[in-house]
Design a protein around this ligand. Structure first.
Ligand code: MLT
Length: 311
């Protein structure tokens, strides 16, 4: 059996494949459509993070491929319908990077509140940039969490721990879980009008694309902040730039973008009220070790027994 491991899958998971007698082919992200087709033609399994996109076209010659594994929470970089139509199983490792993603969202909150990136950039440029970098305290501020799943729920718990007043919007939370939970739920409109900071923790689907549209961001409090460490495309980027210029939104921190990698000349890069990180939510050594070993066990088990896990 042969597994193609793209996008920097952690070594610990690859070692499990080798121990189970698999051939492991390690590859950097494969962006070229023909190169990906060729690489998949000979693989029994492929593992990806965010960079290599498994499209329907990429699967065209994948006659041996039995399983696609995503070392992360979502499967949105994989054409699941096309894979299923070809009898290829798709698996992810949704539990492995919960803490990493939640901690990144909390880091972005602090970075926004205390202008950490601008302070650091000024210091490195030989300045003493104290003026103009007065921040705000998070304790007592209202945090609106959109999506109270594994990551959103962890963010809510950590934010409550630093004294934030937390509420959430999550139409998919079963009523029993909502009743038991300690986070008050609001409608999306109520949440947006109430929060000082809104943080997103939902997948990108056709229903959630541009969930934070111009209209919805205008319905937020003047001077509110946005954190998106979930998926690009949940926030309308052009509208966000406009609302930052108008001062309606005071600042935003984005880890994910409608198009990744973010274009070199994107106007987002130049905006002083934006903090940007390059999709680092899951990038801790602990999370990468966890997702790679969880996924490896699932894929090896699938090849041996046909049992499908994840998703
Ligand atoms: C995830 O879906 O968990 C992350 O986007 C994975 C990653 O960054 O590799």
């Amino acid at each position: 059996m042969k597994v193609l491991a793209c996008d920097g899958i952690h070594e610990d998971g690859l070692a499990l494949f080798r121990d189970a007698g698999w051939d492991v082919l390690v590859s950097p992200p494969i962006k070229d459509a023909d190169a990906l087709k060729l690489a998949l033609a000979d693989a029994d399994a492929v593992l990806v993070r965010s960079a290599t996109q498994i499209t329907a076209d990429a699967l065209a010659d994948a006659g041996k491929l039995k399983v696609i594994g995503r070392a992360g929470a979502g499967v949105d970089t994989i054409d699941v319908e096309a894979a299923t139509a070809r009898g290829i199983a798709v698996m992810n490792a949704p539990d492995g990077n919960t803490l990493a993603a939640a901690e990144h969202a909390i880091s972005l909150l602090f970075a926004l509140a205390r202008h950490i990136p601008r302070a650091d950039a000024g210091m490195k440029a030989g300045q003493w940039p104290k003026a103009g970098l007065t921040g705000f305290e998070l304790e007592g501020k209202k945090l609106g969490v959109i999506g109270l799943g594994r990551i959103g729920g962890t963010v809510a718990r950590k934010a409550a721990g630093i004294g934030m007043d937390v509420a959430a919007f999550d139409p998919f939370l079963p009523p029993s879980a909502a009743a038991k939970g300690s986070v008050p739920l609001k409608t999306l409109d109520e949440l947006l009008a109430w929060a000082d900071v809104v943080t997103l923790h939902i997948p990108r689907t056709k229903d959630t694309t541009n969930l934070l549209s111009e209209e919805r961001m205008r319905a937020m409090k003047k001077g509110a902040y946005i954190v998106n460490a979930a998926r690009g495309g949940l926030v309308d980027e052009a509208a966000l730039l406009q609302l930052l210029d108008e001062g309606h939104i005071a600042g935003a921190a984005l880890d994910t973008f409608a198009t990744e990698p973010l274009q070199e000349d994107s106007p987002l890069r130049a905006h002083p009220k934006l903090i940007l990180t390059p999709h680092l939510g899951a990038s801790t050594s602990e999370a990468q070790q966890a997702v790679s070993t969880i996924l490896a066990r699932q894929v090896i088990d699938f090849a041996a027994t046909g049992a499908v896990a994840g998703c």
